[in-house]
Design a protein around this ligand. Sequence first.
Ligand code: ADP
Ligand code: GLC
Length: 490
Amino acid sequence: MRVLQVSAELFPLLKTGGLADVTGALPAALQAAGQDVRALLPGFPAIVAGLRGSAPAAEFDAPWGEPVRLHLAHLPAATHGAPALAVYWIEAPDLYDRPGNPYEDAAHQAYDDNHRRFALLGWAGAQLAQGLDPAWQPDIVHAHDWHAALAPAYLAFAPRQPRAPRVGSVFTVHNLAYQGLFAPWHLHELGLPPAAFQMNGLEFHGQLSFMKGGLCFADRLTTVSPTYAREIQTPEQGRGLDGLLRSRAEVLSGILNGVDDRVWNPADDRHLPEGFAPRRTAGKTRCKAALQAELGLAAQAEAPLFIVVSRLTEQKGLHLVLAGLDDLLAQGGQLALLGSGDAWLEAAFRERATAAPRQISVTLGYDEPLAHRLFGAGDVTLVPSAFEPCGLTQMYGLRYGSLPLVHRVGGLADTVTDCTLEDMAAGTATGFVFDHFEQPAYARAVRRAFALFRRPADWRAVRAAAMRRPADWGQAAARYVALYQQVLAA
Ligand code: ADP
Ligand code: GLC
């Protein structure tokens, strides 16, 4: 099958969160499963800079009339001998040639032409599906998140040529909280008929919803964990879209993300001072000592090191970490945080680090190598999110033996098994899970982590189980392939 993956980010070219990790890993896993995959991306400066061998592939007009050029290039394979990934990128400098974050300006304001910037991404996807590049026409368009969500809508409204092959569409929701809402009067710029703007279409409380373009018009819907697939069908977590999602429950499924071994493997990670594995953990002890020295934390092997690698937003539940910090320090722990986001969270964590620099380290900003060193050094990875579609940091915590402490929601519930006596006896415990999104429940989970840390043999057993937990992209890719086949067979 020829599969076109459409997204706004792709690791290692451009990443603001887990979306890029997934869109970077899935094509390789699909290729390994024998599929012919190409990616489509906006021509953001970081994307163009990271690609090789760009050549013009086609020209077309944006819905608002502007001529646009499409290039074909490739992303060299991450591992020797693996195939490179063919990537189309959209040249529209007035829309994409802006430094920094792909969605917002330096003042954290969403760009006011985002409706055009991301409509063009979906539009280009639909053009390719309709044969824009005669050398390669996809069977399936797989769009990710609201940025790419108009691709299925454009396809649904495209005039069907007689005898043209049917192109299927799959839309994956990575986070229902970001919907791509715009003023309704932009509709006429987007090249969709007025009929698209209705309740069973792009209309959402009078606004134009890109997310609904994907949810209403894609042949199949997926999200990134089975639990989140159920949660978003409830009024509590459906963000106003639960009714629509329930009405499409038959085509909605949850496929758990994996861990990209090429990037996240503690035995072979160029960012770590020393590698380690489940049966060879001396390297992890040295990673911890090195990180404590690097960050100015007290050099204490016996102090459990709690880490956070996160966007600092309300989603991530970090107010629980702040409120629990005194307790954590009183029990002899340390905290190392890497993150960026909401100003109040940044300021609150920075203040705590200034007051206790030997116990708390806070690094504000985005730093991929430091993220690896934190997972390598950590004893516990804190992910107390209010909601979490899948979550990758807890999976990296598992793989790197930095046991996740998580709220039982979404993908966190699907990937971490609490240290109950029965799961420890069965060898299936991998972390610390709390149920109620409240301080006492979080604090108890932290105390559970301390209690286990004081029992080194048990700690080592749980850590080995965590590191061995399978988190294979191959399995996820097989499920996507099965889904694509269903679409084409329908
Ligand atoms: P989300 O996509 O909601 O942010 P995920 O857990 O799925 O959450 O993915 C987050 C990804 O972003 C992980 O790869 C994590 O390591 C990375 N990340 C988050 N914040 C930072 C940061 N400040 N520096 C480096 N990497 C970060
Ligand atoms: C989103 C979600 C996160 C998920 C990631 C990749 O950013 O917030 O939970 O892991 O997408 O699917």
